[in-house]
Design a protein around this ligand. Sequence first.
Ligand code: KIV
Length: 296
Amino acid sequence: MSLTPIGEPRHKITTASLREQKLSHEPISCLTAYDYATARLVDDASVEMILVGDSLAQTMLGYENTLSVTVDEMLHHVKAVRRGTKNALLLADMPYGSYQVDANDALRNATRFVKEGGAEVVKIEGGEKRADLIRRIIDAEIPVAGHIGLTPQSVNVMGGYKVQGKDLSGIEQLMRDAVALDRAGVACLYLEGIPREVAAMITAEVSAPTIGIGAGPECDGQVLVFHDIMNLTFGPPAKFVRRYGDAAALITNAVQAFRADVKSLRYPSDEESYHLPRETKAGLDTVLARKRAMGR
Ligand code: KIV
């Protein structure tokens, strides 16, 4: 097992190198990013995959759920992340409504994510019922990531954000979904909100790398939402979220300190101000002194 040390220069991650990582049991890391600066930081930290998730509907745009975000809104973020990403594999979520209506429409939208956004893989939610569509998109030379289990775009059908695959029929369905998408040729398979035992079975069964979120440690890789790990979500975290930083506290402290400095005239200081060139200042002083002497 060869782990890439953090900060070391590394190779461009591709769908092929992800498969090699699965085969060599080198865990795959994935984080969401929605803007240029975050993408640069995540990419510089050698995270292998950056996902412009439709979770940006909530984290960046303040929508109630992921259902409202549009292709154009997603593309705006994908383009920014593209500019900040060098080595990581760049994936973009196809938002709700962009692939469910008809296959031609789906193909057109997937093409936009590649052509306009610079995404290398598009992600589609849903199991075996998406297999034909996924084949069609792959036929158009666009790698596809599958996403099964708790699929947030199905929130109204699921009746909430509920862990999936908790009974035998649910497990059978998930296995069928995973195998169907694997056969369709997905580049990787996101497993969200399922028992670790089921994720382990799927991971052993399929040739595509599995990337888990709330799916236990046996997946080939793990993904978390950047805003979750940085405490930027304004709510209690889900069970699987681990907080690695407190950006909310950092930002709040900085903003309060700025405000206090403005109110107390401690900001800006003389060093933080621009100054006239010496000769201009001397000339100005002379003019002002003359005006004062003339009583103006
Ligand atoms: O939108 C998203 O961030 C996702 C991940 C949670 C997998 O789909």
